[in-house]
Design a protein around this ligand. Structure first.
Ligand code: PHE
Length: 344
């Protein structure tokens, strides 16, 4: 029996030598040490041994078991280490790999230009005032010296909701709202940005909805020269230090006198090119001295105070500044267009 045990040890150790994986190792453990394994099988015959032989064989049995177990444990440790190493290798993070690029959003060019315009005026001490886009006929027209049936209402084809309510056609109603809110106090110095609506057919230069920025200044002694100086400052900050402006006489019911303002074409420096249709000038806004009747309707005494106002289209300024040929680019959200402004 002792020989069988020794033979079992030799066989087991030999087989264990070239075990390849944990599965094989486990199979061998079952085969040799399991409840129905070879060692148990042999030791089961101990019942037939004499009392002297039994402890001797028992001890040999234990030695054989211990020897096999030791090798199994060693092998197990080796497999475990290999597995850990493999896992660590698989989990290694290569910090030098390039990261995943997520597309970054950017401020829309129209908002960017509007912010730039606002910044210029905020720098001159203006504050921002806002008003509703759905406006009453009174604020949009009447209080701006445009009574019902005034022919100048045709300049701004309107979307009416009822007889008295419409989508505002310009930001000028915010002038009246601001004056009323100020309760006759001076100085008033605001810009009013916002969306406006007109019944125009959309094309390269028209849109039924666009953005304006209005300006209004009221004080005891506001003059046309203040208006001119303000607009020159604005034009130079917006289009470059070399920019000049000119005022052409014009008409708005809410200003008197009224003017349209041109800037020298930045493209050709005023010599004439395709952009400025060979004139050297580009129209950017309308303006004038606040009409006495408008001051009155806003709660001011035209004998005590005076003021100037101006209104410009943000789209128009953006078209000129970035030499964009079609206003519809601003609304169609084509990324090929928008992405050109990401870093500007
Ligand atoms: N509200 C005018 C328009 O939309 C612009 C303007 C504003 C003109 C203020 C003069 C003074 O055409």
């Amino acid at each position: 029996m002792k020989e069988r045990l020794e033979a079992l040890r030799t066989e087991a150790l030999k087989e264990l030598e070239d075990v390849q994986n944990p599965q094989q190792l486990n199979d061998l453990r079952v085969k040799y040490l399991g409840k129905k394994g070879a060692l148990t099988e042999i030791l089961r015959g101990m019942g037939g041994l004499s009392a002297e032989e039994r402890p001797v064989i028992g001890q040999v049995g234990n030695e054989v078991r211990a020897a096999i177990e030791t090798v199994i444990e060693e092998k197990q440790a080796v497999f475990l280490q290999a597995e850990t190493e493999g896992r660590l290798r698989a989990e290694t993070i290569d910090v030098s790999l390039p990261g995943k690029q997520l597309p970054a959003g950017a401020v829309h060019p129209l908002n960017k230009v509007a912010q730039e315009i606002e910044d210029v005026f905020i720098g001159m001490g203006y504050t921002i005032a806002e008003g509703p886009e759905v406006e009453t006929d009174f604020y949009n027209f009447e209080a701006l010296n445009l009574p019902k049936d005034h022919p100048a209402r045709d300049m701004q084809d309107s979307f009416y909701i009822t007889d008295e309510i419409l989508m505002r056609t310009h930001t000028s109603p915010v002038q009246i709202r601001t004056m009323k809110a100020m309760n006759g106090q001076t100085p008033v110095k605001v810009i009013c940005p916002g969306k406006v609506y007109r019944r125009d057919d959309d094309d390269a230069t028209h849109s039924f909805q666009f953005n304006q920025i209005e300006g209004l200044v009221i004080g005891p002694d506001i003059r046309m020269s203040d208006l001119k100086g303000t607009l020159l400052q604005f034009a130079q900050e917006m289009f470059g230090k070399q920019t000049q402006i000119r005022l052409r006489p014009s008409f708005f019911p809410f200003t008197e006198p009224s003017a349209e303002v041109d800037v020298t074409c930045a493209q050709c420096g005023g010599h004439g090119c395709r952009m400025c249709k060979q004139t050297g000038w580009l129209e950017i806004l309308g303006c004038g001295m606040v009409h006495p009747r408008v001051l009155e309707m806003g709660g001011y005494d035209p004998n005590e105070v005076s003021g100037f106002a101006f209104g410009m289209g943000v789209e128009r300024i953006a078209l000129l500044k970035y030499e964009i040929d079609d206003i519809r680019h601003f609304y169609t959200n084509d990324l090929r267009f928008l992405s050109q402004f990401v870093r500007m």
